[in-house]
Design a protein around this ligand. Structure first.
Ligand code: PEP
Length: 252
């Protein structure tokens, strides 16, 4: 089955109101009419309205990098799925390694967020991935299997259609280290087989699995050319029009 590639940018906490709109306008002009690949930009919360406005007439969707699992109420500092929809988000990234390992989010919390995001009409980029010492001790399959099984708990086959899995080996995020195409393909195939066990072959064949970890214009085509790699979640290189366009153009 051929799956449409999905390339999304996860902007880091480095922009400004003016710069984020400028970059989004540049992306709208360079990539706004691309149809062959699904595209999204996920800025920090505060820049979402400006970026959404700049991208509104383009084919580039907007997403957030996190959300809370309640709709309303006294949860100071938190943002709900309903609020993200309200300001034009189509997507939300959940379970990013920086939230797991810097902020301390658990599989259970991520699962609650995924359930609420899907119920609220958002599409989820659900991130999983192993630490360097886990890879070195041959525990990648075990770690990723636990993250996926726990993260997808109580999510039925219909809801699964709203999820893209992002495999992001933690040792490759923001480090300049990239998984080799063989390493990426091996783990993506394992993830697809796991989805097959949990949901059946048809859904396993249709779910998209993005790779993330130092994707750049120079390595994107090779990584995204792997049979089970269906796109990319791009951090640093999604923050400039030149690099993000370079990545997208390398697979068109
Ligand atoms: C990310 O932020 O999800 C990411 C993969 O970052 P980078 O591309 O900079 O490694």
């Amino acid at each position: 089955m051929s799956r449409k590639l999905f390339i999304a940018g996860n902007w880091k906490m480095n922009s400004s109101a003016v710069a984020s709109v400028e970059v989004a306008r540049g992306m709208a002009s360079e990539l706004g009419s691309v149809e062959a690949v699904d595209l999204a930009i996920c800025p920090p919360f505060v820049y979402i309205p400006g970026v959404a406005e700049a991208l509104k007439d383009s084919n580039i969707g907007v997403g957030a990098q996190n959300m809370y699992f309640e709709d309303n109420g006294a949860f100071t500092g938190e943002i709900s799925a309903r609020m993200l929809k309200d300001i034009g988000c189509r997507y939300v990234i959940l379970g990013h390694s920086e939230r797991r390992h810097v902020i301390g989010e658990t599989d259970e919390l991520i699962n609650a967020k995924i359930i609420k995001a899907l119920a609220g009409g958002l599409e989820v980029m659900f991130c999983v991935g192993e630490l360097l010492d886990q890879r070195k001790s041959d525990r990648t399959t075990e770690v990723v299997t636990t993250q996926i099984t726990a993260g997808l708990k109580n999510i039925g086959p219909e809801a699964l259609l709203g999820i893209t899995i992002a495999y992001e080996p933690v040792w490759a995020i923001g480090t300049g280290e990239t998984a080799t195409p063989d390493q990426a393909q091996e783990t993506h195939a394992m993830i697809r087989a796991l989805i097959g066990q949990l949901y059946g072959t048809e859904l396993a064949e249709s779910i998209r699995i993005q790779y993330g970890g130092s994707v750049k214009p120079g390595n994107a085509a090779e990584l995204l050319g792997c049979p089970d790699v269906d796109g990319a979640l791009v951090g640093g290189a999604s923050m400039t029009v030149e690099d993000f366009s370079g990545i997208v153009n390398s697979v068109l």
